[in-house]
Design a protein around this ligand. Sequence first.
Ligand code: PEP
Ligand code: MG
Length: 829
Amino acid sequence: GRSLVPYGQGRIRGLDADELGVHGAAMDRLVALGLPVVPGLTMPAGTAASLCERDVAEAAVALVEQLSGRRIGDPARPLLLRLSASAPTEIAGLPPDLACLGIAPARADDLCAVIGGEDALYEVWASTVRMVAEYALDVPVAVLDDAFLDTPGPRARVEVLLSLVAEHGSGPFPDDPAQQLALAARALLGRWASPRARRSRRAQRLPAELAVALHVQALRIGPADHSGYGTAVSRDPETGRLSPQGSFFRGVRRSAPPPHTGEPLDRLAGGTALLEHSLLTLERHLRAPVSVDFEVRDDEISLLAASAQLRPPLRASVCLAADLARDGALGREEAVRRITPAQVQELLHPQLRLTGGEELLVRGLPASPGAATGAVVLSSERALELAADGTRVVLVAAETTPADVPGMLASAAVLTGSGGIASHAAVVARGAGKPAVCGAEGLRVDPAAGTVRFGERVVREGDPVSLDGRTGAVYAGTLSVSVAGPPPELSTLLEWADGVRRLGVRVNADTAAEVETALALGAEGVGLCRTEHQFLGDRLPLIRRVLLAADPTTRDEALVALERAQHEDFTALLTAVGNRPVTVRLLDAPLHEFLPAPGQALDAAEEQRAAALREANPMLGLRGVRLALLHERLYPAQAEALFTAWADVAATGIRPELEVMIPLVSLPEELAAAAGYVRGAADAVAARTGVAVPYRLGTMIETPRAALLAGELAEHAEFFSFGTNDLTQLTYGFSRDDVERQVLASYQERGFLTASPFVRLDPHGVGALVALAAERARSARPGIKLGVCGEHGGDPESIAFCDALGLDYVSCSAHRVPVARMAAAHHAL
Ligand code: PEP
Ligand code: MG
């Protein structure tokens, strides 16, 4: 009748998942796709209860016999039945399947002989009898529980259960298959209506009266070496490639997951081709990485269940999106939309290279992706101390508080004993892009003893550990960390993202090596070369000599040396940039970073000159263009080195689009003067080399005054780059160096701020200044080129803000270039 619907017929008869249940709808889909399924039928939710009636159950048995071409009780090609339930959506708390229906004690030995073993069969049979006894034959639970506790082996348990039913039940456990099926249906529906099941539905916010569909499936019995069951997913989680992963088990399918791991798929006698075809077909249909349960009978595979994977591995999602779009099954834009900027970031994080011999100390929550190794430290103070000496440390704490933020930022990774994914440690670590494992139970920190216990194992402060924030695993010792190459499909998706986005993406890079890395990651050019960075380390004396020169002659000599060094730097940089845009910022050297510390000058006279230059607020002092106005040969020297380098590089056929940028301007007069120095340098180089170097001159917008006077500044500038680090510092009056430690931590705790304004561009204050400056600049100089080169240039939300303002590009550190490409595309979609 209408209530017995063979797999594949449901939709044809106009039934949907509400009636067919998730399982019935999935089996219908598999049939429609032409995939092999285990024969069976669905009792739609509206009429499922009629399966408790004997004549309906008889018709169901007959239909499954017909569909499978087997008969219950036939010793040559034996058949049993499995009954299961499914709801309109995937839910927790469904009754367990009842299998081995149709078995009778007199026929059991024949079945065991066919299988070549008895344990699995009796185990499944026992759990079926147990549930039928409780929910359909009214055997008291206490009686059943006692029998289960006292009886060892599964065969003995079935015997005891059958005799308990005979003694305490409202009727015997029948031999007749249809009667067994009717009782099993009553047991499943009884369990579904039980107070416990109703409570579970309430907890899931599902209607208490939710109706389920029932499914009667053929359970075809065969010799264990040619039959079995298994599960498989479509993709390798490590590579993301289409390649069935899973295992299978010989013999009868148990209700609980089997105790052993099963055999690899490549041992399937019939090969994996059909499985692979099924997974591929399903992926195309569901447009998601998929998983299937399958059955093996006579070495042939048929599907028991199939669904989209609930939480597919990231690499699988990336590769599938690219595969589907390449095959035209998905639009390229849709493929791009599927991978978030945060996921791009995650794919670029390093991973531990495991070899199998590692000592696992503990496993906690994967709180922030990435991997790191370092020496254990048990306090923030110790973390800061050791990190200052260049030691890589892992901060281990019961939990962290805002006071620990500086210590966390100085650490390579963080490990906590309590706290979840939203704990302080997890949130701070994710914000800082550091790996973290949180809530590692069994971890005991003893600061007094300087030790941390992982169960029995004791690790001392200073001992090395390795931590994987993606899996939550923490290992003893220093493991090798690989900068995991993302799958090549990510590059494909990013190229498509490039086709979608409007906003340009450049890199903040100071050296030719950094430029090469960034270009490989898809940067379109350099948005900020900080020339003062070319003088860190052993080149520091070059600048120090300019700053501390005793007289003009010494200063000129120092400038010649600086110019020579810069010429070399610029030649390498411009060569690496090629025919792309490159913004070179003239010196912005906060003096405290370049002067000798008190007592470290060469002699007393130099110490005296250094003392005269020391400032109370160096970040607000003689920086940027201000220094250039005091030392008037400084910018001409730099600019001449730059233009000469350009002329040399141009002679080899490379023509970078040169942009020269003036930092920390707040008066139009400053910019006009600096522009004069640069023009003079260009003229000098043209006179000397005969090359009129093409360049644009622009300024950074880093002070609120510069933003407000953008119109006036635009008269002297062909482009602006918003230095949102300094602009944030000066708009809030927050020191960018150390305000996070106390003020921001407390403000985030109080909910005043959801993120540090140094990480996420503040749209209301700093962002409003950017918007106002952009508008004023455009009305003074229509088409003026506008970019952002503060840290915000790599933050997805800030990038969306910049795109909305119609800025031309963002510039960020090399490792964030792919994230920025994806973020810009997502905002454009
Ligand atoms: C800025 O202030 O945003 C900027 C990019 O310059 P720096 O970080 O070098 O001060
Ligand atoms: Mg700045």
